[in-house]
Design a protein around this ligand. Structure first.
Ligand code: SF4
Ligand code: SF4
Length: 496
């Protein structure tokens, strides 16, 4: 199946012995000049790259206070060392969060601290060389920016921010990652990661309408670019056709239908994902976000609702207003933006949906908390809503639900292994190995509770699991969308 060995699933997680350099070969393809230049970066490694990189590092430490604090404050306590799924899955010591940070910190010390300038060996400071740059490229593309390590660090040091900064520095010298940068370019040109133009989207949605009508006998609409609708739904483009994502989109439409609310999707903002965050580029993140604002203004909607996507929700919840606001033209009665789960949850709480749980009786479910939702955002009016709302919705739509072990869920959740711009086939070994802790947790509930399916609310998690589950002996269709459960259980027309 692959030219690497899939790790063995253990009954209890084991902290692996160190195997130096086992993942040094793992590097994503470098972006070609045309993909670099369309984002405003140099096409290839610039001549004076060392100086450009150091200038960028200085700019970032000045711009983001947190970045400098993180570089200055690590006390090497070791609390984070066994917390990263990539270390647990690969046993490469440079995948320990503190070691990953140190790749950058050593250079920072050398050029920006007194001790590093005059006594580099004493403080572990190193010169910025091509070997160091190569190590950055390899290991900062082995961090999914999931923030799990930061939960366990007594100083709250966030390796995700350091890895974003490292990628931004690399982009600034002309060494960007193909997968992310090519995708951002597609969003700018066409409106979504997959490069689906308006006619293809319209065609797909028409097909979905026909399928749902054949299946249920009810004409549920999946509108595109409809001016004057109340709600603009912005969802990851994978929802338009990929399994199991599309079953979630079918569910959103059924919920809107039952709520009696007019809604639309937009071909201009046909992508919730925002890979600008993965490469640490404020400008690119902003340009992607502005498309949502433009679409909302053009269509004259009153509300923005985001579909199931982890990092898209992180950007929307945490930064949308700063990046593309103010949204004073929207109805202030509703959260700006709102998550589709908040919307569905509210309807369930108010008894506005009829749900037949037995429709999901062929599944015994567990739930994977997506890292960006769990640790980088919130949902609903109460703290912890990002954990309780999805579980409330799952429990309202099925009879059999079991959580995975406590230290692998909620704020301690493990990344799926494909987040942070790593969901590319050239990183398959890393993705499979990084999924190990989640797979071990899944195995426990499979064996103890007879779990057959895992639900998720992130497009990247769904794609990643569909691909890696078979490596561990599970079937690829054991990953489902939460709104797929809603779609199965919802009784259409019962409240009309
Ligand atoms: S942010 Fe996540 S992927 Fe990155 S070092 Fe920390 S635990 Fe590992
Ligand atoms: S837990 Fe925090 S302070 Fe301790 S080694 Fe890791 S990053 Fe440094």
């Amino acid at each position: 199946m692959a030219d690497f060995e899939t790790p063995e699933l253990k009954e209890y997680p084991v902290i692996p012995l160190l195997h130096e350099g086992t993942m040094a070969h793992s590097k994503p393809y470098v972006a070609k000049p045309e993909f670099q230049e369309q984002l405003g970066f140099p096409g290839e490694l610039v001549e004076n790259w060392e100086q450009v990189a150091l200038d960028k590092m200085q700019e970032l430490t000045g711009k983001y206070r947190s970045f400098q604090v993180f570089l200055d404050s690590c006390v090497k306590c070791g609390a984070c060392t066994d917390k990263c799924h990539y270390y647990l899955g690969t046993s490469d010591p440079k995948n320990m969060p503190v070691a990953r940070q140190d790749l950058l910190r050593k250079v920072y010390r050398r050029y920006f601290t007194f001790a590093g300038k005059y006594f580099p060996k004493l403080v572990g400071a190193v010169d910025l060389t091509k070997e160091v740059l190569d190590d950055w490229y390899s290991y900062f593309h082995q961090c999914s920016q999931c923030r799990r390590c930061s939960v366990f660090c007594p100083y709250g040091i966030d390796t995700a921010e350091i890895s974003m900064a490292a990628r931004e520095i690399m982009d600034s010298v002309g060494v960007g990652q193909k997968y992310c940068n090519e995708i951002i370019g597609k969003v700018f040109k066409i409106g979504n990661n997959l490069g689906l133009p308006q006619p293809a989207l319209a065609d797909t949605l028409e097909g979905i309408e026909e399928d749902v009508e054949d299946d249920t006998g009810v004409k549920v609409r999946y509108p595109l670019d409809e001016k004057g609708a109340d709600v603009l739904l912005v969802t990851p483009s994978a929802d338009f056709f990929a399994e199991p994502h599309v079953d979630g989109l079918i569910g959103y439409g059924k919920v809107f239908h039952e709520a009696g609310i007019s809604w639309t999707m937009s071909s201009h903002a046909s992508e919730a994902a925002n890979f600008g965050m993965f490469i640490g580029s404020y400008e690119n993140m902003r340009n992607v976000s502005l498309r949502i604002r433009e679409a909302a203004l053009d269509l004259g909607v009153k509300r923005i609702i985001m579909g199931e996507c982890g990092h898209a929700w992180r950007v929307a919840y945490s930064f949308l207003n700063t990046l593309a606001g103010p949204f004073d033209f929207l109805d202030p009665k509703y959260p700006i933006p709102q998550h589709i789960l908040e919307f569905t949850h509210d309807l369930i709480q108010r008894g506005a949906l009829t749900l037949d749980k037995s429709a999901n009786d062929d599944m015994v479910l567990t739930y994977h908390d997506s890292c960006n939702v769990a640790r980088a955002s919130r949902m609903g009016p109460k703290p912890g809503g990002q954990f309780t709302i999805p579980r409330d919705v799952i429990r309202a739509t099925c009879n059999h639900f079991f959580d995975m072990p406590q230290d692998t869920i909620y704020e301690s959740t493990y990344c799926c292994g494909g987040g942070g711009g790593l969901l590319t086939d050239d990183l398959m070994e890393l993705r499979v190995k990084g999924a190990l802790p989640r797979m071990e947790a899944l195995k426990q509930v499979v064996e103890q509770n007879g779990v057959t399916h895992m639900a998720a609310i992130c497009a990247i998690c769904k794609s990643q699991f569909a691909k890696v589950l078979p490596y561990y002996g599970f079937t690829m269709d054991s990953i489902v969308s939460v709104h797929q459960l809603v779609s199965n259980a919802i009784v259409l027309g019962s409240k009309n």
